[in-house]
Design a protein around this ligand. Structure first.
Ligand code: C2E
Ligand code: MG
Ligand code: MG
Ligand code: MG
Length: 283
């Protein structure tokens, strides 16, 4: 009986697997039309100063409004777009759209807001990316100082030298590069040593445990101290509670981002947001 049950389980699993891959075949197909039909939209999540609570910048996070499936999260379709190569035109659209929208947002303000755009490794290391950035800045009028690019350690998989060179060139343009999801990859420390980045973003998987796991807390404190010695700014992602906010602020983390302050939102909502973000009283 146990055997039969095992077999049934196997059949069930493989059925589920087939269904899942059918699902992704369909999504992959839909991705092709999605760009032409304007199904993507960018939401913005504020990053706040850990001391003053003032909004310092926003992160652009793409959303796919699928005509029949509703909202699909980037965690699901970005990997597919990377597999099909669609990430190149999609990534360029995101970069340009974010620059257009934030330039528009800034037109009504005294002080310019900075926008951080996530860049896939494939997109970043592809020849031509630098030209894309230059062209988008020229076409949208966003000052280079107000653009930041978020990349992960995986940009280094095919070798560090061209990446370091590209980052140096971006830096001379005035565009900053931040290291995203820090702590989730391999040999993070040597990357920190080599990369001319000005900011590290501590991954949420650390942030959610600093208050309960003293070893994680030690790593987080170590990264913050080390980054500061290297003249880098540290961001903590995924702040959901006041306890986490207090803990990271006490450890001199510079910038905080998370649902405690604000969720990612459409541009229209961002325009209504006050400069000083009160902590969501419901939490
Ligand atoms: P990421 O760049 O690390 O972005 C942070 C993710 O954490 C976002 O998820 C954001 O909505 C979520 N988040 C922020 N605060 C909190 C919090 O307090 N709690 C929790 N549980 N989550 C929080 P999202 O928008 O679903 O994006 C997921 C990932 O997809 C991003 O991770 C990034 O790797 C990728 N992605 C998103 N937009 C783009 C894009 O325009 N281009 C590329 N290449 N990748 C993107
Ligand atoms: Mg990011
Ligand atoms: Mg991140
Ligand atoms: Mg992350």
């Amino acid at each position: 009986r146990a055997k039969r049950q095992g077999k049934n389980t196997w059949q069930w699993h493989s059925g589920l697997k087939a269904e899942r891959s059918q699902h992704s075949v369909k999504l992959r197909h839909d991705l092709h039309t999605a760009l032409n039909e304007n199904q993507f939209e960018i939401h913005y999540q504020p990053l706040v100063d850990a001391v003053t609570g003032r909004m310092r910048s926003v992160e652009a996070l793409v959303r796919w409004k699928h005509p029949t499936r509703g909202m699909i999260s980037p965690g699901e379709f970005i990997p597919l777009a990377e597999q099909t190569g669609q990430i190149i035109p999609l990534g360029l659209w995101i970069l340009k759209q974010a620059c257009i929208e934030i330039a528009d947002f800034n037109a009504q303000r005294e002080r310019g807001l900075r926008v951080a755009v996530n860049i896939s490794s494939l997109q970043f290391i592809r020849g031509g990316f630098l030209d894309d950035v230059r062209r988008v800045l020229a076409e949208t009028g966003l000052p280079p100082q107000l653009l930041e690019l978020e990349v992960t350690e995986s940009v280094l998989l095919d070798g560090a030298e061209p990446v370091i060179e590209l980052m140096e060139t971006l830096k001379t343009l005035g565009v900053r590069v931040a290291l995203d999801d820090f702590g989730t990859g391999f040999s993070s420390l040597s990357y920190l040593r080599d990369l001319p980045t000005h900011k590290v973003k501590l991954d949420r998987s650390f942030v959610e445990k600093t208050t309960t796991d003293h070893r994680i807390a030690a790593i987080v404190q170590g990264v913050i101290t080390m980054a500061h010695h290297m003249d880098m700014i540290v961001v903590a992602e995924g702040i959901e509670t006041r306890e986490q906010q207090d803990d990271l602020a006490r450890r001199h983390c510079d910038i905080l981002q998370g649902y405690l302050f604000a969720q990612p939102m459409p541009l229209a909502d961002l325009k209504k947001l006050p400069d000083l973000l009160p902590v969501n009283p419901a939490r």
